[in-house]
Design a binder for this molecule. Structure first.
Ligand SMILES: Nc1ncnc2c1ncn2[C@@H]1O[C@H](COP(=O)(O)OP(=O)(O)OP(=O)(O)O)[C@@H](O)[C@H]1O
Ligand SMILES: [Mg+2]
Length: 217
């Protein structure tokens, strides 16, 4: 079976993931056939998973408890993995994700602290099998620097509003998984300009695509 390529973007709130994903999308629109790639974001990406996203981020009647939040992320991930990511990869497409399970290791594992990071990894394997991104860009920035990027009147969702200590723990969680799975991680200093970051990303993606083409030829 033809094997696609799975690329994810990770990092704490406001590190610049969506900015870079949008630049990559523009690059793909200009250089690839639209049948060759799929852009997704997590949580979300299917009608059910988008409803779960809304519950996680915006539901305030009885805010999701940490364990409920973890399981909602897992439910949404199961849905997008089976219905979108695996079919795309199996038909040889490139999948680009704005967040994937590394976010759960950092946010629900290290920062919420409901389960150890290794238990989150085991739970993830139960839910999505052995699927892993082939390449993960971790845009690394301190929580203090990232907080400066927030606009004064910005309405914060259930996770963004968690405070500085929580977001410092998120960074520790990402540092952990980036160290454990070095082979797929590309760690980038997210305080560089968007253009500098995009140039690094563009080069790395082009290299990965050509390696993958050689392997699957
Ligand atoms: N390299 C950069 N340098 C300075 N500011 C940046 C950079 N990249 C993005 N920004 C700005 O930081 C803010 C957050 O960027 P963005 O929405 O891309 O982050 P994000 O990682 O997707 O955040 P979230 O986790 O909340 O989705 C935006 O105002 C954006 O314009
Ligand atoms: Mg974003």
């Amino acid at each position: 079976m033809k094997k696609g390529l799975f690329i994810s973007f990770e990092g704490g709130d406001a590190c610049g993931k969506s900015t870079q994903v949008n630049l990559v999308k523009k690059f793909f629109e200009e250089n690839f056939n639209s049948d060759d790639y799929v852009f997704i974001r997590e949580p979300g990406g299917t009608p059910l998973a988008e409803k779960i996203r809304d519950l996680i981020l915006n539901y305030t009647e009885d805010k999701p408890l940490p364990m409920t939040e973890l399981l909602l992320f897992c439910a949404a991930r199961s849905q997008i993995t089976q219905n979108v990511i695996l079919p795309a990869l199996n038909s040889g497409k490139i999948v680009i994700a704005d967040r994937f399970y590394d976010s759960t290791i950092a946010y629900q594992g290290e920062a919420r602290g409901i389960m150890s990071k290794n238990d989150i990894i085991s739970l993830t394997r139960t839910i999505i099998g052995d699927l892993k991104p082939d390449l993960t860009f971790y845009l690394k920035i301190s929580a203090q620097e990232a907080f400066k990027r927030k606009k004064p009147n910005e309405v914060l969702d259930n996770i963004e509003s968690a405070g500085l200590e929580f977001h410092k723990a998120v960074e520790r969680g990402y540092d952990f998984i980036a160290d454990v799975e070095k082979e797929r991680f590309c760690v980038i200093d997210a305080t560089k300009t968007p253009e500098q970051i995009f140039n690094i990303i563009k080069e790395k993606i082009s290299q990965k695509i050509s390696e993958n083409d050689k392997k699957t030829r």
